[in-house]
Unconditional design. Structure first.
Ligand SMILES: [Zn+2]
Length: 96
């Protein structure tokens, strides 16, 4: 009797959807939002689910158009001041 693990299929589908969401500029929520302690640039997610960066809380949110660059595992670089920011939490589903 053949048996397909439905949970495994679900995980694969979720990963696929996360990749698609990132390609569209949507935030998949698979890591914490970044916040630069040096220049104050921070990531935010709009009501539409788009990942943006801003320097002030505003409604509607103001997008600077800048994006944090992912370097090595869990380390990102601020696009405004080049500070390296480490995420303490491990990304789910990624090898260390
Ligand atoms: Zn910065």
């Amino acid at each position: 009797m053949s048996y397909v693990n439905p949970f495994l299929d679900l995980c694969r589908e979720l990963r696929h959807l996360q990749d698609e969401a990132e390609a569209l500029g949507l935030f998949a929520g698979d890591r914490d939002l970044l916040d630069c302690p040096t220049c104050g640039l921070f990531e935010d997610v709009t009501a539409e689910g788009l990942l943006i960066t801003s320097r002030q809380l505003a409604h509607p949110p103001l997008d600077t158009g800048l994006r944090f660059h992912e370097g090595s595992a869990n380390t990102f670089q601020c696009p405004a001041c080049s500070r390296a920011i480490s995420l303490n939490h491990q990304n789910h589903g990624e090898a260390a």
